[in-house]
Design a protein around this ligand. Structure first.
Ligand code: TV7
Ligand code: CA
Ligand code: ZN
Length: 397
């Protein structure tokens, strides 16, 4: 008895190749692929594997990545290693590997890594296309900053763009929703000239006390795509810029109001939801104050629209909370309720023990771990919703 209750009948598939876990960006780098090991262990410990179809997808190949990326960029990416990298090389810098922040390091097995997470997103897309799944999950994907010839913000290949391209072979309109704390700039840019993809991102936006914009610095409320009426992509992007410390109640209501309106107006035939877990309270890079169930309520809201759905990972820099959130959201997809006491037989149990609060539990109060005051007032959020609704009126059809 896993304490699993499962009243609803959605066909859910889980796309995951465990080889992705073994890649390291470098010891001090915040992106930790082993958070996926923790996620998988939690999912298995609650017995959720019996409620879904499990797939171990093959890595994507060069030609598949070239659906979106430039071949010259991919050739470089496929050949570069820590041994042969020349940091002064013009291509190295032009393709986004340089810079003093070291956001996109060249590490061992880089090509393998990008092929694995993209292969899983493609596998998820194929499952929707051949109607094997209502909801297809890939927690290893969601690398939304990558551009066609540029690595950016821990992202080298944009698996989301490639999955959406596959969906477009059968679906006329695809909605992309992004709840990662960072702006989904790569996906927005890739589809800026088409009305067949609508992109909606919720994110932290603003300048810190040292004058640095929060990465990537784009996605203000006025950014709704090309202004030229002749451009088909006009008004097919919506951005919801949010300040530090937003709480559960505010975020849930903002998300539900805006997303419902977009679905009503755009009437998508499929939805891709990037569920970056760096919007949780206590995230190492994030600034929001969300609890796991509030983050998960966004998945419930999107599920309730009843459209074919790809659910994809993204950021998330406090690994134990990333695993908790994505385990909870897997349960939301299959319609299961999980008990708060973590199963006692999980490997890596110690990762979830010995926290100030939350030790041994699935749903710790992350609000207590906050380091960010709430700078979002209700009237300001009300204004934001009004601006968003106004922006939607520019969309035709
Ligand atoms: C999807 N924030 C990705 C989010 C990508 C965020 C950034 C880091 C960071 C990198 C490290 C590191 C870090 C503790 C944090 C603009 C700069 C910064 C000035 C010259 N520790 C996702 C990317 C973001 C790398 N980048 O959306 C190695 O934090 O802010 C920046 C970039 C470059 C210019 N400089 C300021 O969640 C997956 N990087 C430790 C080691
Ligand atoms: Ca976002
Ligand atoms: Zn992020």
């Amino acid at each position: 008895d896993y304490g699993l209750e499962r009243p609803q009948g959605y066909n859910v598939s889980f796309h995951y190749n465990p080889h992705v876990e073994y890649h390291h960006f470098g010891s001090s780098h915040p992106m930790k692929p082993w958070r996926l090991t923790l996620t998988k262990q939690l999912v298995l410990s609650y017995g959720l594997e019996y409620t879904m179809d499990l797939y171990e997808p093959r890595p994507a190949n060069f030609n598949e990545l070239a659906i979106f990326h430039d071949r010259e960029y991919l050739s470089y990416l496929s050949e570069i290693t820590p041994q042969n990298a020349k940091p002064d090389d013009a291509q190295y810098i032009a393709y986004g590997f340089g810079g003093d922040s070291n956001d996109c390091p060249v590490f061992d097995g880089l090509w393998n890594y990008v092929s694995l997470y993209t292969g899983a997103s493609m596998s998820a897309a194929y499952n929707l296309l051949n109607k094997q799944s209502d909801i297809a999950i890939n927690w290893s994907g969601g690398l939304h900053h990558a551009k066609k010839n540029l690595a950016s913000g821990f992202c080298y290949v944009n698996d989301i763009v490639i999955a959406i391209q596959l969906l477009l072979t059968q679906h006329q309109r695809v909605l992309y929703i992004d709840i990662d704390v960072h702006h989904g700039d790569g996906v927005e840019q890739a589809f800026e000239s088409t009305d067949r993809v609508f992109t909606l991102s919720f994110h932290k936006y603003g300048i810190d006390r040292h004058g640095w914009p929060f990465f990537p610095g784009t996605g203000n409320i006025d950014e709704i795509g090309p202004k030229d009426p002749a451009n088909r992509g006009k008004a097919h992007s919506l951005n919801i810029p949010i300040d530090d410390g937003i709480d559960d109640h505010q975020y849930k209501s903002l998300f539900k109001t805006v997303t419902s309106k977009v679905v009503e107006k755009y009437n998508p035939q499929a939805i891709v939801l990037q569920s970056g877990a760096d919007s949780l309270g206590g995230d190492r890079l994030g600034r929001f104050n969300l609890n796991i169930k509030a983050h998960g309520s966004c998945i419930e809201t999107v599920k309730s629209f009843g459209r074919p759905l790809i659910l994809i990972g993204g950021g998330g820099y406090t690994p134990r909370n990333v695993a908790r959130t994505w385990c909870h959201e897997t349960a939301v997809c299959v319609g299961a309720t999980l008990h708060d006491d973590l199963p006692t037989h999980i490997p890596y149990l110690q990762a979830f023990q010995g926290e100030e609060n939350g030790g041994g539990r699935l749903y710790p109060d992350l609000h207590n771990t906050k380091r960010h005051d709430n700078l979002n007032t209700d009237p300001a959020l009300q204004k934001l919703v009004e601006r968003a609704m106004e922006n939607l009126r520019y969309m035709e059809g």
